[in-house]
Design a binder for this molecule. Structure first.
Ligand code: NAD
Ligand code: MG
Length: 354
């Protein structure tokens, strides 16, 4: 088991990661009154841990699985249940699930009595390598993702790979999307990914790389908790990925991150920011996980990127693009220029397929 510590002006967060982390950490964290949020899938799959552990020290609140639960009605339901459970400021709230549970439960924990102790227990690969660490909480509003939220660091994050054994292949792919993103930001992770490129889905590899990704994110959060600069690098691939996600919807977030990375690499190479050879090595990794679609409406879809709240300047889009192993750059482009280059990339994919 490995541990990490994030100390910032607003928090002191402990991360315990590895096999056996759940069994060794959770019982002692359950002292006093607890309130646990999970989703319907996780509840069904892990009924025993809810019955044997969390129900014994407090309430277990189950929300419907899926992104659609990240709304204010579900948030209100959680807050009302916290109140009727008699939760106090010294009680502990557990978020046991993927990023959806982590985000909405984190938000509820930050609001109830202006903040109660929060423990994140991420159960998807994506939530283990990304969303459970860093303290961003959110719900969606009027179709805009993560637009209402807080920065609220969990006191403890318990990352146990045992949960991955029940994850559908698609959710593994989704987590790999973010893992490959870390590979484009961190040289050590990049090298490990290249060395294991035929082995990306093996449980042993995932266990190992999960900690490296968390370590990378923890370091970024330590230095820039509020996303004033460095933390923006974690959005690599996300501008285009998010635009496609809004427009095409069907795939999952991590898959769109990979597709976004691919399209943005095309721009980075074209503009001489990234050497073709390095870009190629990243593309090979991306293609191990997903087939890149040649989107017909790529240009139209990309114009949606202007609505991404992370692109603060309306007439421009901001892209974080790989420059060389372990280094990325921010590229600001006028929206129409950006959309045209994305369309060129789609055309190139179509031509290559013929
Ligand atoms: P999710 O929470 O919807 O989980 C994906 C699916 O896997 C769900 O159907 C869930 O029920 C199921 N599941 C969870 N654990 C399982 C297990 N162990 N075995 C089998 N099935 C299991 O989605 P996600 O991919 O974990 O997270 C996506 C969410 O995270 C999005 O809402 C996104 O906005 C958010 N996010 C937040 C941050 C952040 O910094 N806060 C970062 C990235 C993503
Ligand atoms: Mg992401």
């Amino acid at each position: 088991m490995k541990t990490l510590h994030i100390k910032t002006a607003s928090c002191d967060s402990h991360i315990i990661c590895g096999e056996g982390a759940f069994q060794s950490e959770i019982p002692s964290l359950c002292e006093g009154l607890t309130f646990t949020v999970t989703d319907s899938n996780v509840y069904k799959l892990y009924r025993n841990i809810f019955d044997d552990i969390f129900s014994k020290s407090g309430t277990v609140y189950v929300i419907p699985a899926g992104e659609k639960s990240k709304n204010y009605n579900v948030l209100l339901g959680i807050l009302k249940a916290m109140l009727s459970a008699g939760l106090k400021r010294n009680s502990t709230v557990f978020a046991v699930g993927g990023g959806v549970v982590g985000d909405i439960c984190g938000l509820a924990a930050s609001l109830y009595m202006r903040g109660v102790k929060l423990v994140q227990v991420p159960t998807t690969l994506l939530s283990q390598v990304d969303s459970s660490v860093g303290g961003k909480t959110a719900i969606d509003l009027c179709g805009v993702k993560n637009i209402v939220g807080t920065f609220y660091q969990p006191g403890t994050v318990v990352v146990d790979p045992m949960f991955l054994s029940t994850l559908p292949a698609r959710e593994i792919r989704c987590g790999l999307g973010e893992i490959i993103k870390y590979g484009a930001l961190n040289k050590d992770i990049y090298v490990k990914l290249i060395e294991n490129k035929n082995n990306l889905r093996s449980p042993e590899f995932l266990k190992d790389i999960t900690f490296d990704c968390i370590q990378h994110k923890a370091e970024v959060v330590r230095r820039d908790e509020r996303e004033n600069g460095l933390r923006k690098t974690l959005n690599l691939g996300h501008t285009t990925g998010h635009a496609f996600e809004l427009y095409y919807k069907r795939k999952s977030h991590g898959e769109f991150v990979l597709i976004g990375m691919y399209y943005e690499l095309f721009i980075a190479v074209k503009r001489g920011i990234c050497a073709a050879e390095y870009a190629d090595s990243l593309i090979q990794l991306i293609k191990k996980v997903i087939n890149i679609p040649a989107y017909e409406d790529a240009e139209k879809a990309c114009l949606m990127a202007v609505y991404d709240k992370k692109n603060v300047r309306a007439a421009e889009v901001s892209l974080i693009v790989p420059a060389e192993a372990g280094r990325c750059e921010e590229l600001r482009l006028p929206v129409d220029e950006y959309a045209a280059e994305i369309a060129q990339c789609a055309l190139k994919i179509r031509e290559d397929k013929q």
